[in-house]
Design a protein around this ligand. Sequence first.
Ligand code: SAM
Ligand code: SF4
Length: 336
Amino acid sequence: MPLDAQKNAPLVDAFGRAVTYLRMSVTDRCDLRCTYCMAEHMVFLPKKDLLSLDEMARLADAFIRRGVRKLRLTGGEPLVRRGVMDLMGDLSKHLRTGALDELTLTTNGTQLARHAEALARLGVRRVNVSLDTLDPARYAAITRLGSIEKVLEGLDAAQSAGLSVKLNALASRGPFEAEVDDLIRFAHGRDMDLTLIEEMPMGATGLNRSDSFLALDDLRMALAQRWAMTNLRHTTGGPARYVRLAETGGRLGFISPMSCNFCALCNRVRLSATGRLYTCMGQEGSVDLKPALRGDKAQLGPLLRKAIAAKPRGHDFESQSVSQPSVRRFMSDLGG
Ligand code: SAM
Ligand code: SF4
């Protein structure tokens, strides 16, 4: 193989899984403090520890050269990082060259109204928006700082700009179970997919997760009493399993890493905002790419290859208790 092709050979791990999907956290900060995600009084990283936007773009380039076809920005809240739209602009060149199939982001939607049109102009086709309830008071309680109107405006703006929207809702015991049918009707009535997420034991939030944890297997059984579901083969290569509901015609996804092992098909890796590469969300192991990025750039390729080769076979959530964080880092350090 010529040297250049060898340097940029696709990233394939020891189990033959090709890494084609990169999720990049652009900040650990957020304008909300969702109870399942963050502690009430969070200590965020000093800004000087974060990669610059230029460094993030260079890292993304390095992954794309080696076969990544899908890139998702996340956080924290990606839209609170200053200059993030410049980064999106920079990354969108890969859509135009055809090197990237998809550029997208996961957002809480609070700033989406301001950015939706620009995102669509850059070639973003769809966004994931997290919304766990339609009840303004519950929304304020879950997010501690948020107001649901802003998210609803964001959804309107996204759809007016032609973006397709998938809603993500974190499933929990209690009011959520009573409200989930309304969420389904809301999402499907607006032509949005809805994905239900099982709570993962990441980060010490100060709350006992076993008070809120709802196994999606149980929720799914309850939903099946009320909705006619057909399993779909649709997959994103990720943990979501989809069904179609006869009553709405819409798609409903289930992400249940605690009770269902999706790792055999895992095609993704995650980059923290400080430049650490995590090859498995459910494990602590990571490789710091910052020194290579800032120092001897020739080291970056071999480092990526070595890190991917060591991608674990799978996470270890099943053996953990839901009440204790099995992974000390918060979800917001890396994005979902
Ligand atoms: N701020 C953005 C948002 O909320 O969409 C992006 C980052 S957020 C960490 C990404 C997703 O992770 C959200 O859909 C959120 O519900 C989910 N999430 C946060 N903490 C979680 C946890 N402990 N278990 C499962 N999902 C979690
Ligand atoms: Fe912020 Fe998203 Fe975490 Fe909520 S889930 S606190 S919006 S990062």
